[in-house]
Design a protein around this ligand. Structure first.
Ligand code: THG
Length: 369
């Protein structure tokens, strides 16, 4: 596939950090929630090696917030997700699949509970705000729904603790995974969560003031010199190895939460009311016929811009690869694939056509690491 430049416009939104990441050498973008999301800096592989050893600052403003507040906000948020939020607490983040009336996936946000009547849904790439507004209008809920001006900076990598402590104080080291709190830097308060789209440990700063955020971006680099800080972004290799799923790539609105391995976030036995609950009960009873698994392919390169079919020796469909990359750790191509039930056995072999050549691979469990 040839690569072309991407034309920026008001519709393809920039972020408050776009000028800065361009100064820091961003080399490719993807589009996420109609916004620029950096995809690589030096190269996928060298970004990956750096992320696993040091600390990176990521412009993930494209992880937009859908703010839902008001008297019926808890009811609306619960209506959208199959995860039971009845015991949820202020200051905690919940990874929660959003489900429609057919029991199919709409998004997989992190839901932040700011107050009993105020929530931020930190969304993946689909237009959750219209889904939420439609449900609110149809149910005559007393809620306010809008996209606040929040632009996340993620600080990811093993040295992220040291860098964050240098800016926000030693206390920040105590913040637990999927909790958030406000911390001060230069007389301004910042919403800081222990989360992020890597398994290398890290934080996310939900910045609510563009100018302060731009200063903060620069300070992270100034203070981070001693930790070898670099600009980075969600890394395809790292996220596939860790099996961090990507809505629109690995699963979408044609898949249900069981097929996407979200079983532990599907609560069917509690009293809470959510869309598609009866459908999910039936799906659970009937059982699924395909699910996301890992694949390892004997090759050193793959270009993915659509699904690729996996076949067995009789040319029957084993499944479809949805994301894949070369992994310098495994020295093979690894991927996330929707695999049909007859082939769920770990170590099932398949064939795959990559640029008109046939390669062989095996099915495996996720995550890879
Ligand atoms: N951070 C924030 N918003 C986001 C993302 C993020 N919105 C879009 C996208 N990422 C949402 N998708 C995910 C997918 C996985 C995780 C978070 C967001 C994740 N999963 C952990 C895991 O799978 O191990 C933990 C899940 C758990 O057990 O609760 O972190 O990255 N702000």
């Amino acid at each position: 596939m040839k690569n072309f430049p991407i034309v920026k416009s008001r519709r393809l939104r920039s972020t408050p950090y776009t000028d800065r990441i361009e100064t820091h050498g961003v080399s490719s973008y993807t589009v996420y929630n109609h916004m620029l999301l950096p995809a690589s800096f030096k190269s996928l592989e060298s970004d990956y090696e750096h992320l696993k050893k040091f600390v990176q600052v990521w412009d993930v403003a494209a992880e937009r917030q859908v703010e839902i507040s008001g008297k019926d906000s808890a009811k609306l948020v619960q209506l959208m997700t199959c995860r039971d939020l009845s015991k949820s607490k202020v200051g905690k983040c919940y990874y929660a699949p959003l489900i429609d009336d057919e029991g199919l996936l709409v998004n997989d946000p992190i839901i932040n509970k700011l107050a009993d009547d105020k929530w931020w849904l930190s969304i993946a790439d689909s237009d959750v705000i219209f889904f939420a507004k439609g449900l609110a209008a149809g149910n005559k809920f007393d809620v306010e729904i809008h996209e606040p001006n929040v632009n996340i900076l993620a600080v990811q990598g093993p040295r992220s603790n040291d860098l964050m402590a240098k800016l926000f104080g030693e206390d920040v080291r105590q913040l637990k995974f999927f909790n958030f709190k406000y911390y001060e830097f230069k007389e301004k308060k910042y919403f800081v969560a222990r989360s992020g789209w890597s398994k290398q440990s890290g934080f996310e700063i939900y910045v609510e003031d563009n100018l302060a955020g731009q200063d903060l971006y620069d300070y992270l680099f100034e203070y981070g010199k001693e930790f070898n800080v670099k600009a980075g972004c969600p890394n395809l290799i790292e996220r596939i190895e860790s099996a961090l799923l990507s809505y629109g790539n690995d699963f979408d609105n044609r898949d249900n939460p069981f097929e996407a391995n979200f079983d532990k976030f599907v609560n069917l036995d509690s009293e809470v009311n959510f869309l598609g609950k009866e459908k999910l009960k039936k799906l659970k009873q009937d059982g699924i016929t395909r699910k996301l698994m890992g694949v390892i392919i004997d090759h050193n390169k793959i270009d993915m811009y659509c699904e690729k079919t996996l076949l067995d020796n009789d040319n029957k469909v084993v499944g479809y690869v949805r994301s894949a990359t070369y992994s310098p750790t495994f020295k093979k191509v690894i991927g996330i694939a929707m695999i049909n039930k007859p082939y769920w056995d770990n170590k099932t072999q398949f064939k795959i056509d990559i640029n008109d050549k046939i390669f062989v691979g095996t099915v495996c469990d996720l995550p890879f690491i």
